[in-house]
Ligand binder design. Structure first.
Ligand code: OXD
Ligand code: MN
Length: 594
């Protein structure tokens, strides 16, 4: 045992009695142990070593074909009272769930090793940091957790002997049976049980399960916030850095925005962008009355397809060493990796994500999942310190002060390029009505609106209405709160083409947002909030006309009015804990749109 903490010892003993591993190994975080585990992974066949010259320290892993994404339908919040989990979450009675999953865990580690991973979300020693322990039978999970979190002996040492408030995570692959796959959270016991999956978001328990679902519950209890947000800093030529957080639904480009490269116009002036985080922010009120943020993670678990020299050179650079790739294609000519959208040269000899030989002619846009070389949700797990634009404050124990919170969605018509809410309360409303439209996927309707409040729909560990109430409550407590904005990079013209160039040019919108925070620029009042005057969006070096900017900033009253009906239905679905203040905001918006 690496600790004298008797709560840890007893819990591990109990879990070992349940799962019956042949032996138990503590993860110490040393290079020697990590290297030995990589070798073991290769021997066992769960990892393939990639070209050491081109991709030093990099490995490829393939999950089971039926196990390639988070499974929201099999994710449960197990609170004593069903109402506390709310209508948006799946709920199971805790006792029933422990019994049901106990049967699946029983004996599941026979013949295997149980790894004990002590890890910290946040820098050890920071007021933000929280400790968890994950028990797993998967070497792949261990190696990913060593990248995604601060893990090992230093964390075990930091856990006081009498602490019982660590997060207890148990994971077993079992039979990878999708019909018995469960990702269950017991916020009242600080516990997470995950069984029958080997895919990242379901099994790297520090990430979505702890840092969002359990942490959001703790944040409400303790007066802070756990959010699905990137954190980035914009450095001006005089060296001052201002920070913003942004929440977008999954697969809407958070990693790209977090690592953006400023347009040449700004680069020449000396502006820089620094990445603090690409997925999760923990926010606390600082002594100075501002809201401060840390990224509790230590790596990036990014979507590979679409990542390239143009879309995100910093992310690509982050994956060139000590990275684990999951479900991408293997180029067998040189033992490197490839994915759709990396470049226009698919390898001639390649093994696809399913482990089968693949040639470029197999690709069929209408059936991406079955015909692409890399799975559309294939991933890289890369250390944050690999990122060329990682912030100097990445390891700061105080975090960074936040000037603006930015919500965003993928809307063809409804939302303008950017608008500013009129208050924290109105901003909370803006977050609560966040939505994205489905894209041209292989199956399913195009343009269906999915409401995804604060991008937290799958990640709030309690009732959504209570979560909104917590936002409103926080607003009353923060003396100097960030301003709240909404952006939409995805507005299209009548032919369905994107109007805004996106990527690095999104910085032009961020600059308007910062100017608003500093009171340096006027805005136009509209029914939904403040929008920029078209000429205040910097277009130097951009091939977009003033008329196009005007179009991007128009408020389409008809589509907003239609949206109101959808919002009302959604609020009804969330249920009777929706705060009255948000209904008032909704009524006021409806009135202004008339
Ligand atoms: C993620 C997600 O993997 O949001 O970050 O799905
Ligand atoms: Mn995410």
């Amino acid at each position: 045992m690496m600790t004298n903490n008797k709560y840890v010892q007893e819990w591990i003993k109990e879990m070992a009695e349940l799962t019956q591993p042949d032996n138990i190994v503590w993860i110490d975080g040393s290079d020697e142990q990590t290297e030995a585990l990589r070798k073991k992974g290769v021997e066992e066949g769960c990892l393939e070593k990639l070209n050491e010259e081109l991709l030093p320290g990099c490995y490829l892993h393939r999950t089971a074909i039926n196990d390639v994404a988070r499974v929201e339908g099999r994710t449960f919040i197990c609170t004593g009272k069903k109402e506390d989990a709310g209508n948006i979450n799946n709920w199971m009675d805790p006792k029933e769930c422990y019994d049901k999953l106990g049967k699946l865990f029983r004996g599941s580690m026979k013949g295997q090793t149980m790894y004990v991973i002590p890890y910290s979300m946040g820098v050890v020693g920071s007021d933000f940091a929280k400790i968890g322990i994950e028990l797993t039978d998967s070497v792949y999970v261990v190696l990913n957790m060593l990248i995604m979190t601060r893990a090992g002996k230093s964390v075990a040492d930091a856990l006081p002997d009498d602490a019982s408030d660590f997060v207890k995570g148990l994971h077993a692959r079992a039979d990878l049976d999708e019909n018995n796959r469960y990702i269950c959270h017991f916020p009242e016991d600080n516990t997470i049980w995950s069984v029958n999956s080997g895919y990242g978001g379901n099994v790297l328990l520090g990430k979505k399960c702890f840092a969002l679902r359990i942490a959001s519950y703790l944040g409400r209890k303790e007066g802070w916030m756990a959010e699905h947000m990137l954190i980035l800093g914009i450095e001006s030529p005089d060296g001052e850095v201002k920070y913003v957080c942004a929440a977008f639904p999954s697969a809407c480009g958070k990693t790209n925005l977090a690592m953006l490269i400023p347009p040449e116009f700004y680069r020449n002036k000396g502006y820089k962008v620094w990445c603090v985080g690409d997925d999760i922010a923990w926010l606390r009120i600082g002594k100075d009355g501002r809201l401060w943020a840390v990224n509790p993670e230590n790596g990036f678990f990014g979507v590979a397809p679409g990542t390239n020299e143009h879309s995100n050179p910093n992310a690509l650079a982050s994956t060139r060493k000590n990275t684990i790739f999951t479900n991408v294609a293997l180029n067998t000519d040189n033992n490197t990796v490839w994915w759709e959208g990396l470049d226009n040269n698919p390898p001639e000899h390649c093994i696809n994500w399913k482990g089968e030989p693949w040639v470029p002619s197999m690709y069929n846009k209408a059936d991406k999942i079955n015909t692409s070389a890399a799975h559309p949700n294939s991933r890289f797990t890369a250390p944050a310190k690999n990122c060329p634009c990682v912030s100097k404050e990445f390891d700061s124990i105080t975090g960074v002060p936040i000037s603006a919170i930015i919500f965003g969605g993928r809307r063809a018509k409804t939302a303008p390029l950017v608008y500013q809410s009129t208050s924290w309360r109105n901003g909370t409303f803006v977050g609560s009505i966040m939505a994205s439209e489905t894209t041209a996927a292989a199956s399913g309707a195009i343009g269906v609106v999915r409401r995804d409040p604060m991008a937290m729909r799958p990640f709030v560990g309690y009732d959504m209405g209570d979560y909104w109430a917590h936002w409103l409550e926080m607003g009353k407590k923060i003396p100097n709160p960030p301003k709240i904005f909404h952006v939409n990079w995805f507005r299209t013209d009548d032919e369905g083409h994107f109007i805004w160039p996106g990527f690095g040019d999104n910085m032009r919108v961020l600059m308007w947002i910062l100017a608003r925070c500093e009171g340096k620029v006027d805005a136009v009042e509209t029914p939904v909030g403040f929008v920029p005057k078209a000429e205040d969006i910097e277009t130097e070096g951009l091939d977009v006309s003033l008329d196009t900017i005007k179009e991007l900033l128009t408020i389409d009253r008809k589509s907003w009015s239609e949206d109101i009906e959808n919002i009302k239905e959604f609020y009804k679905q969330v249920g009777d804990r929706v705060p009255a203040e948000l209904y008032e905001e909704l009524a006021a918006l409806e009135e202004r749109l008339k």
